[in-house]
Design a protein around this ligand. Structure first.
Ligand code: MG
Ligand code: MG
Length: 288
């Protein structure tokens, strides 16, 4: 068994054993391969519904269960959020265009353990300033992951992401939606905000598993939820980007359980997509 600790609010936090972390890695491998499969299919004219159908089949063929499907009534296996949609977009019959950015978020349950990761793709005609938003958001994810080590606090992850996006770059971090603990459920304690203060919040201990997922806007930070009860849009209609990894807190360096490696390979082989890399700096975790 792993061990429990409590937040200041008395909420239970479950720290995973090494065996449980390996089960999560297996779940995340299905997530990662599914996102790469989606990357092979994404092009102008294809619909979110078609991508979702292909992803569900792919996940089930690998022995996984799409964790989003039916979660609080969510109707699909993927969240597909393009352009001004921040997150939680329901796959629709709208056809993608050559200047869209498309965030694809995937969750999988495998043998009782969960994986969760996301990537924002850029189709061929995405303008440079939008690509820059993606690269900075992607880099901010690794800034956060660098802080996911024993002895740091949740606020250190939050501050690193916010500072990078809002101080070192001219973007804004969404406040209403946050990352989360993950493992034996898709969403566990603690919350992992993308804004906050250094040295505050839960002390990170070995085996704590987190989904870190910055949601970063080109313009103002305000968002609203559409009438479907899910889709989150930027209020100013400007683009928003989203990248996510599942990680295990370890001493010295976080263990990144999901991988974007297959995605990068798929993008390279899909002429309809632009390369999206973390803004060029050296990150310890960038290899993932
Ligand atoms: Mg996710
Ligand atoms: Mg998540």
């Amino acid at each position: 068994m792993g061990f429990f600790s409590s937040t200041a609010q008395g909420k239970k936090i479950y720290h995973k054993t090494d065996e449980e972390v390996e089960l999560m890695r297996a779940a995340n491998l299905i997530v990662s391969k599914t996102l790469a499969h989606v990357a092979t299919l994404l092009k102008p004219g294809v619909t979110g519904k078609a991508l979702d159908k292909a992803a569900e089949t792919f996940i089930r063929d690998l022995g996984g269960r799409p964790a989003f499907k039916g979660y609080n009534g969510f109707p699909a296996s993927l969240c597909i959020s393009y352009n001004d949609i921040v997150v939680h977009g329901i796959p629709s019959s709208r056809e993608f265009r050559e200047d869209d950015i498309v965030s694809v978020d995937c969750g999988v349950e495998w043998q009782g353990y969960y994986g969760d990761a996301a990537f924002t793709f850029a189709l061929g005609a995405v303008p440079q300033p939008t690509l820059e938003l993606l690269e900075v958001t992607y880099a901010s994810l690794y800034r956060g992951i660098e802080q996911a080590i024993v002895g740091k606090r949740i606020g250190d992850i939050a501050f690193a992401i916010q500072h990078y996006c809002e101080r070192e770059h001219p973007y804004t971090v969404v406040r209403e939606l946050v990352g989360h603990g993950i493992g034996r459920s898709l969403h566990e304690e603690p919350e992992v905000p993308n804004y906050g203060k250094r040295g505050q919040g839960l002390l990170l201990q070995d085996g704590l598993t987190l989904a870190i997922e910055p949601m970063v806007n080109m313009g103002r930070r305000e968002v609203y939820q559409s009438d479907d009860g899910w889709t989150i849009h930027t209020r100013d209609g400007k683009p928003s980007a989203h990248f996510e990894h599942s990680v295990a807190v370890r001493k010295g360096q976080a263990d990144v359980l999901s991988t974007h490696e297959f995605i990068h390979e798929a993008i390279k082989n899909n002429p309809n997509l632009k390369t999206v890399s973390p803004k060029s700096e050296n990150f310890a975790a960038q290899k993932n």
